[in-house]
Structure formats: structure tokens, C-alpha cells
Design a binder for this molecule. Structure first.
Ligand code: GDG
Length: 762
């Protein structure tokens, strides 16, 4: 079994970190001092700003990331109470993984192709290799049962890579940038690998509702996985169980209180004052703060500004614009071009409108420290956020947090994630230059009372929903991901293969036997009958079947056999009397009920076939038959509401190849539940499970508790639903949500006999 035990026989308990953050960059970067020594300095950027404050709240936190310079990585070190694990990237990795696939393929594609994405296969190869390096570092840093939180588009393969090494950790992924519509996402070469990579996480978080919806739609359309609301069922390969992954929206925020408090600092106030003084006390200061990135709409903003100056709507003697354009990704061609264009426009505007010593636009192509940044926000009467597409945009929130005086106007693009929350901003479509111009003029003319009203509402949003709350919500949801609501991934209660102590099982059976009304149910293959190569030659244990018949005659006892087999098939192999209920096709077919059971409960729960579903099933069966013909020994079974590929008798790699072909085909079928089991893949056109069937039968028989015996992944849907008095018994090895385990089919007969004996005694 993979997981902690497989990692090191000597060290089954890992004393690693409780929370490991994985991001492309470490929260610090190295700087070489004039004397040759290096020092670590905090690096700017949205993610760093956000996570810094979160890390302070955990006991043992680690951060895995790149230190910022290519070549040999520094040894792990401590900073600000957390352990930093630098990942090494060679110059070629930086060019291909980071500047290439991350920033010249994914970034433009995810931002609605504002510039054309470029794709190169060597970039992809490097993206895979680099992601593996981050994943390895994270997998070895996390303590047993720890939490790993992976950030952003550069590391989308990491969740699955960690999952492959560590089954014991919870994995969350947060996408800081937008997730594009399925039409755009479909252009991405290797799109399915990206989706599978992300689905290694338990929880995938996005900034906006539309991002979550786009992701879920892509998974549904491109992988064909079953989706229920925001929960995605990810089929496991081979005998791996189905996993449930939740996609949810968590709008990121800032350390609002810290920013707001900084405005009270006399030194920061003085800097704000100084700024206005340096600008010659203009009547109005308009500010833009962005990484120099084409997504931020800097050109659109400058165009609008230039036109306002040109047509005389704004007098450069009264009103000054400051544009901070923090250097970014300067080795990527599109960014070099952008810088040239922006500087050309700024140069032209200044040439046309500046007076000597007083620029129309004060253009700052550099970074400012946090205090200067706050001073800028305090000095600004209007802040322009005109992104063409932006995951969230923290600048918008920082401006609001910097204005406890309730003055200032935020102009906000509807294409920034922040627009969903900051409704009281002056909203703009930055593509509409006329609209942008009038929004700027309106903001400049806004009376103080109106500013106050809007700012009060904005501050309410930003101060209440800070980055601490964001991280807390995300981690709390991640914590619950083992116990999602509804049709969910069952929790693992037993691992390995050790059978439960016989006396424990006996005591449990005794309690159960004393329960007034009980339902006893069992899977067929692998429980009542050993698994055999020829499905038709199956030989159930006669003693076990006889005991079940006997039990079904007892007062207050309902008995059911539940199987993936078709109902008719199950009937012919078991020859049960009418007092035993038969459930076939994983719950999709329920046989006749004894008269005392409430048939209407079952009727209302059953999912029926429609002519469209019949047609779909015909075409699935045809395709599976084609796959079977290509792999000798593989068979296809047609059930009333499902088609099943059986690979048990395939030769050589036939089983794996046929399964892979079937799962590849599955991606084209959005409304089909695909359930891989032990050398079978079932394509069901109705959505039910053994768990739903048992729950329904328990209600129909008014049972106070149920006992269920099962061996397969499909039985986990039953075990996962056990209530306090229910008894789930796993037959054989493997992780399970059942509370008890017996070694094999040989023990089933004895267990049922004991139960029958105890019930008779009662
Ligand atoms: C990505 C998403 C999402 C900028 N220049 C300086 C400086 N900054 C700070 C800002 C702000 C941060 O950098 C930029 O954050 P944004 O949100 O505006 O944008 P991205 O860098 O593109 O971030 C974005 C974010 O991730 C978080 O999820 O909101 O949508 O694209 O905090 O103030 N800080 C300092 N000096 C500068 O010169 N000190």
C-alpha cells in the first residue's frame, strides 16, 4: 500500500510540518550585498502578501518554493518562525517552466488570451519536471496526516504528484488567477493532464464563482467525471477507490487591519504629506499601482487619461496621475513589449501636457516599500484599477483598507475578481474608453459625502473579510473534505490488512443481534463466493446462503444481497427465496420485496431508464465491445442500466490497456457514472450506488440498524454511510470506511452462522 508506511519502514510516523505551503516563490528572495554576502529580503506580490500573515497563526509551518535565482538551491532555513525549503531551478527550468509554460502559455490563456499564448513541448516537459521537484519537497516536508496547500497556476500538477506519494495528507489547491471558460481552456495542449493534476487535491479553490464553474465544466466536459454541484467524483484506476474533490470559491483578501493601522503611523502620514508636497499640492491625485502586466489594463487607463488631458477635461496643473508599474517578468517577450508601449505612451502624454518640473503622469517603474505604498494610497483621491482580467486584485482592497478617513474613490474594472465584493466602487468596463473617461471625471468630482458613503460600504467588506478569514475558511473546508456532505467519499476507518480481534467482532454481533429490527445485507462476489476468472462459474458458499435464507425467515430481520451483477444473473447464482431482497447493478435494479417491506420507499428512490438513456447505453456498449475486440480476453456485459467492461481474463498488459482506453472514452460522456472496480469498469446511465440501495432498504424495512459485508470499492459507498448502530464489515485487505475487518470469504459463513445463533438466542 502506498502512503506513510511505504515511505520508510523505520519512520512510519513523520515528524514533519503541520502545514506546508507550496508556491512558486519563497516568501523571501536573496540579495547579494556589495561585500559579496547574501541577505534574504521579503519579495513583493499578491500571494506573498496574503500568506505571510497566515503562516504566523500555525504551530509548525513550512514553505516550499524557489528562492529566485537559478542554480544550486540554498539549504533549508528558518525565517519568521517558519521553515523554508528552497527548490532548485536551473536557468533552463526558469526559461521553460516559469517564463515559458507558466507565463507565456498558461498566464495569457487563463487571462482570456489578452495576448496570444505560445506553446512549446519542451516548456511542458520542463513544467512537469519542475512540478515534480516541488511535489517531492512538499511530500517530504509534511508530517503524518498534515496539510499541504499548493498555490497557483505554476504548480497545477503538484496536487496529484503529492497524492501519488502521500495518501495520508490533505491537499488543497488555490488558483490565484482566473480559470478560463471551457472553450478557451480546451485550447491548452495537455489540458487533461492539468485537470488530473488539480484533481489530486481534496479541495480546489478559486477566486470567483465563475472560475469554480468553469473548472467544474471543464472536468465534466473533458474528463467526463460525474459532477454533483461542486463535488467531482474522480474514479480511481484499478482497485483505487473513487475520490471526491470539491471545487469552491474563496475570494482572497489582505491583512486589512495591518494596512489600516499603518495609516496611523506618524511616519507614514508624513510620507503621504510629503508626496503631495513633492507634487506641488495638486488639487487631485489619481493613482494606479500594478505589476507591469498586460492584464492590468494600464494602456487602456493611459489612453483614457491622455484623451481627458487632450480634450481639456482635465487640467494637468490641478490634477496629477501617478502610475506605479512594478517591474515584472522582464525576460518574457510580451512584457518587454508592454513596457516599451507603456513608456512610449507616458512619454508622449508628458511631452504634450507636462510643464517644466510638473509631470502630467508621474511614472514609477520600480518597487516601493509597504509604508510608501500605504502613503501613496493615503495621498490618492482616486485609484484606478482597470484590469482587463484579474483573479482578484489586491490593490483595490489595499486602497480601501488605507482609507479609515472614509475619503477617496475606487474605480474598479468589472473584470477584476474584487468587483464581486466591492459593489460600492465606481464600476467600469475598461475596454470602453468613453465609459472609463466619464467614470474618472465622475470620481474626480464626487462630493465628500458621497465618497464617504461608498467608502464606508467598501470598508465594511474589506475589514470584515480579511486574509486571515480567507485562509481560515479554506483550511477549515479542507479539513472537512474527508467528510463531505451527501454522496461522499467515505472516511478511512481501517487501513492495512489486519483482521479485527474475534472477540470484538463477537461482541458487536451480540449487540447487533439484540437490536429489534435489523437489515442484514451482503455483497456477492468476493464475499459469499470467492472471485473466479469465469464469472459464470462462480461458486457461492452453500452454508452462507443457507444461513441467509434462515435469517430471512426470522422476525424483525430483513435480508438483502447486493451486487454489481445484473439482477437476473444474481438470482440465477443464488436461488434465494422471496423473503430475500436482491439488488443488482450496484443498486440500479431492485428485485421483488417481501410483502412486509414498504415498496413505495424503494419505488420513490429508484431511478428509471428513459428512451434517451437506452440509446446512450447502446452506443456505450458498442464502443466497449470495440475496445474488447482489440484486447483478447476482455469481455463486455450489458446490464439494464449499465455496460461493464470485464478485464479479468485479459492477457499481458491487455487489462491495463483496455481499462485506459475505457477511461479515455469515459471522458467523452458527461452524464455517465463511470465506476472502476476490481478489473471491471462500469458505465452506468443511472446514478445510484450500493450505499443508496442499502439506505433505501433500511428505510423500507424500518430497520433500526444494518449489517453489511463487502469487499470491493463499490461497497465503500455503504460503509461510508454507517450510523452509530450499523455494522460495516470489510472482507479482505485495503483501506476501508468499514469499522470491522475479517480475513476472507472463508470466514463469512461462520460469521453469519454466529449471527443467526445469537438472534435465535435473543
Ligand atoms: C495575483 C493575481 C490576485 C505591487 N507593487 C508593489 C507592491 N505591490 C503589491 C500590491 C499588491 C500585490 O503586490 C499585487 O497584487 P494583485 O492582486 O494586484 O496582483 P498579482 O500580483 O497579479 O497577483 C491577482 C493575487 O494574485 C492574490 O491572489 O489578487 O488577481 O493576479 O499587494 O500592493 N508592494 C510593494 N511595493 C511595490 O512596488 N510593497
Amino acid at each position: 500500500m502506498p502512503g506513510p508506511a511505504a515511505r520508510s519502514a523505520q519512520d512510519p510516523e513523520r515528524h514533519g510540518h503541520e502545514l506546508v505551503v507550496v508556491a512558486n516563490r519563497l516568501p523571501v528572495g536573496s540579495r547579494t550585498l556589495p561585500d559579496g554576502a547574501t541577505e534574504w529580503v521579503t519579495s513583493p506580490g499578491g500571494l506573498v502578501t496574503a500568506m505571510e500573515s497566515v503562516m504566523r497563526t500555525v504551530d509548525s509551518g513550512a514553505w516550499v518554493g524557489w528562492a529566485g535565482s537559478p542554480g544550486e538551491a540554498p539549504e533549508p532555513f528558518e525565517a519568521d518562525g517558519m521553515s523554508l525549503y528552497p527548490v532548485h531551478l536551473e536557468q533552463e527550468d526558469v526559461e521553460r517552466y516559469y517564463e515559458g509554460f507558466s507565463n507565456a502559455s498558461l498566464w495569457p490563456l487563463y487571462h482570456d488570451v489578452i495576448v496570444d499564448p505560445e506553446f512549446h513541448r519542451t516548456w511542458w516537459d520542463s513544467y512537469v519536471t519542475a512540478n515534480r521537484r516541488f511535489a517531492r519537497a512538499a511530500a517530504s516536508a509534511a508530517g503524518t496526516g498534515g496539510t499541504v496547500w499548493v498555490h497557483d497556476y505554476q504548480l497545477q500538477l503538484v496536487p496529484r504528484m503529492i497524492r501519488d506519494e502521500r495518501t495520508d495528507v490533505r491537499i488543497g489547491f488555490f488558483n490565484h488567477i482566473p480559470f478560463p471558460s471551457v472553450e478557451l481552456f480546451s485550447q491548452l495542449p495537455k489540458r487533461n493532464q492539468i485537470l488530473r493534476g488539480l484533481l489530486g487535491a481534496d479541495l480546489v479553490g478559486f477566486q470567483r464563482e465563475t472560475d469554480s464553474q468553469n473548472f467544474v465544466a471543464a472536468v465534466r466536459k473533458l474528463l467526463g467525471y460525474h459532477v454533483d454541484g461542486q463535488t467531482i467524483s474522480v474514479p480511481g484506476l484499478g482497485t483505487a477507490p473513487v475520490r471526491e474533490v470539491v471545487a469552491q470559491t474563496f475570494p482572497i483578501s489582505i491583512d486589512s487591519a495591518a494596512v489600516s493601522t499603518l495609516t496611523e503611523d506618524p511616519d507614514v502620514r508624513e510620507r503621504a504629506e510629503q508626496l503631495r508636497r513633492d507634487l506641488g499640492y495638486p488639487q487631485k491625485v489619481v493613482l494606479g499601482v500594478d505589476r507591469l502586466d498586460y492584464t492590468k489594463g494600464i494602456r487602456h487607463r493611459l489612453k483614457a487619461w491622455g484623451e481627458l488631458l487632450g480634450d481639456g477635461s482635465i487640467d494637468p496643473h490641478d490634477t496629477v496621475m501617478i502610475q506605479v508599474a512594478t517591474p515584472s517578468r522582464e525576460r518574457v517577450e510580451a512584457y518587454r513589449q508592454l513596457r516599451d508601449e507603456v513608456e512610449l505612451i507616458v512619454g508622449r502624454i508628458n511631452g504634450d501636457h507636462s510643464s517644466i518640473g510638473r509631470p502630467a503622469i508621474s511614472y514609477q517603474h520600480r518597487s516601493f516599500d509597504r509604508r510608501d505604498m500605504t502613503a501613496l494610497f493615503m495621498a490618492a483621491d482616486v485609484v484606478l484599477v482597470t484590469a482587463l482580467r484579474d483573479g482578484m486584485n489586491l490593490v483595490a482592497k489595499e486602497y480601501v483598507a488605507s482609507r479609515p478617513d472614509l475619503q477617496g474613490v475606487l474605480v474598479l474594472s468589472e473584470f477584476a475578481g474584487a468587483a464581486d465584493e466591492l459593489r460600492a466602487a465606481v464600476m467600469v468596463n475598461p475596454h470602453d474608453i468613453d465609459e472609463l473617461k466619464s467614470a474618472i471625471l465622475r470620481s474626480l468630482a464626487m462630493p465628500p459625502e458621497e465618497q464617504e458613503e461608498a467608502m464606508r460600504s467598501l470598508r465594511h467588506q474589506v475589514m470584515e473579510n480579511d486574509v486571515q478569514a480567507w485562509a481560515h475558511d479554506f483550511l477549515q473546508r479542507l479539513e472537512q473534505s474527508g467528510h463531505p456532505l451527501g454522496e461522499s467519499k467515505p472516511p478511512v476507518r481501517l487501513t492495512g490488512d489486519e483482521a479485527t480481534a474475534p472477540e470484538t467482532v463477537d461482541a458487536t454481533l451480540r449487540d447487533f443481534a439484540q437490536t429489534p429490527r435489523i437489515l442484514i445485507a451482503s455483497d456477492f462476489d468476493g464475499v459469499l463466493a470467492p472471485i473466479v476468472a469465469d464469472r459464470d462459474a462462480v461458486e457461492p458458499d452453500p452454508q452462507a446462503l443457507a444461513t441467509l435464507r434462515e435469517l430471512s425467515q426470522m422476525h424483525g430481520v430483513a435480508v438483502a444481497l447486493v451486487s454489481g451483477r445484473a439482477l437476473g444473473d444474481l438470482d440465477s447464482h443464488t436461488q434465494m427465496p422471496s423473503s430475500v431482497v436482491l439488488v443488482g447493478s450496484h443498486g440500479a435494479e431492485v428485485g421483488a420485496l417481501p410483502p412486509w417491506m414498504q415498496a413505495e420507499v424503494v419505488d420513490s428512490a429508484s431511478l428509471s431508464m428513459s428512451p434517451e438513456k437506452e440509446e446512450l447505453l447502446d452506443s456505450i456498449t458498442d464502443t466497449l465491445r470495440r475496445i474488447a475486440r482489440a484486447h483478447p480476453g476482455v469481455e463486455v456485459e450489458r446490464k439494464p442500466s449499465a455496460a461493464v467492461l470485464h478485464t479479468r481474463n485479459a492477457r499481458g498488459r491487455g487489462s491495463i490497456n483496455a481499462t485506459e482506453s475505457a477511461l479515455e472514452y469515459a471522458v467523452t460522456l458527461p452524464d455517465v457514472t463511470v465506476t472502476p472496480g476490481k478489473e471491471v469498469v462500469e458505465f452506468s446511465v443511472v446514478h445510484t450506488s450500493k450505499g443508496v440501495a442499502i439506505e433505501t432498504l433500511a428505510r423500507a424495512s424500518a430497520a433500526d440498524a444494518w449489517l453489511y459485508l463487502g469487499d470491493d470499492v463499490t461497497d465503500e459507498s455503504v460503509f461510508g454511510r454507517s450510523g452509530e448502530h450499523d455494522v460495516g464489515i470489510k472482507v479482505g485487505e485495503g483501506d476501508t470506511a468499514a469499522g470491522y475487518r475479517i480475513a476472507d470469504t472463508d470466514e463469512v459463513g461462520a460469521l453469519l452462522s454466529r449471527l443467526s445463533e445469537l438472534r435465535r438466542e435473543d
